[in-house]
Design a protein around this ligand. Structure first.
Ligand SMILES: [Zn+2]
Length: 267
């Protein structure tokens, strides 16, 4: 990031719903990006304000990540396991990853192939402007959700899903994907539960911000917003109601064992 020239979203504000899934390399590269595309990138000099906003956001994401490390190290240790930290890659514009190329339109994601957590700094702004999820804690939820995917990787869930993907139809796989994603939401809530317990840093407003964010990025909500209709067979992350339910369940119970979304027969 030298010279101050970075690719940032240009004047064309268009949001295009892309049905194609970005299944690259070993992992589903994106949690949101398949839904949103920024059609043009322009090389633009960043303003001082933008740089400051980026630095502030980067600092916040790092703090959240450090907190997830404290919580998950403790929970893994309680289970007789060892937690290894994912590596955080903050970028703006584009970057290459173990799961293929990522750009500002990809959205935050976890790549199991390199165990890196990729976050485009412009996404914090997108959360507010495109998804209407305001407040610091919306971003904390997103980071904690991606860390949830890392937890799934460490517990062997990701590998099982990859095997499954070879064996079942796309529609069938989508149903498993929803359960995987809702479990990552549950883990995000679980993290918030223990973060509060260990550090006393979370207040009810924070939880509401996380729930608002979960609400804003449910498949039904996004499809309605960008596609104008809802097709449940293509859901990969769960409805807004499901995403809020599982985050809250993790937060309220603080019980790791209650996060088995795969065994839940209510959906
Ligand atoms: Zn996810």
């Amino acid at each position: 990031m030298s010279g101050g020239k970075l690719a940032i979203g240009g004047g064309v504000i268009g949001v295009i719903f892309i049905l194609a899934k970005f299944l690259l390399g070993d992992g589903d590269i994106s949690d949101l990006g398949q839904l949103v595309q920024q059609p043009q990138q322009q090389q633009t000099e960043m303003t001082v304000e933008q740089k400051e906003a980026d630095e502030k956001e980067a600092e916040f994401v790092k703090v959240v990540l450090a907190d997830t490390e404290d919580v998950w190290s403790k929970l893994f240790s309680d289970m007789g396991r060892t937690y290894t930290d994912p590596t955080l890659v903050l970028f703006r514009g584009a970057t290459t990853t173990g799961c293929g190329n990522a750009s500002a339109s990809t959205g935050p994601f976890y790549c199991p192939a390199d165990q890196d957590l990729y976050i485009d700094l412009s996404f914090a702004q997108d959360l507010k402007t495109q998804f209407g999820a305001t407040g610091d804690f919306a971003m904390a939820y997103v980071v904690a959700h991606e860390v949830g995917h890392h937890v799934q990787y460490l517990l062997g869930m990701t590998r099982k899903m990859q095997q499954l993907q070879q064996q079942v139809s796309e529609t069938e796989y989508n149903k498993y994907s929803v359960r995987l994603e809702l479990q990552a939401d549950f883990y995000a809530g679980l993290w918030a539960h223990y973060d509060q317990k260990m550090k006393n840093v979370i207040d009810p407003d924070d939880i509401q911000e996380a729930l608002d964010a979960a609400n804003a990025i449910g498949d039904d909500r996004l499809q309605q917003q960008y596609q104008g209709s809802v097709t449940p067979d293509s859901f990969t992350h769960g409805t807004s109601a499901q995403r809020m339910y599982w985050f809250k369940k993790g937060y309220d119970t603080g019980d790791f064992k209650q996060g088995n979304t795969f065994a839940d027969e209510s959906f």
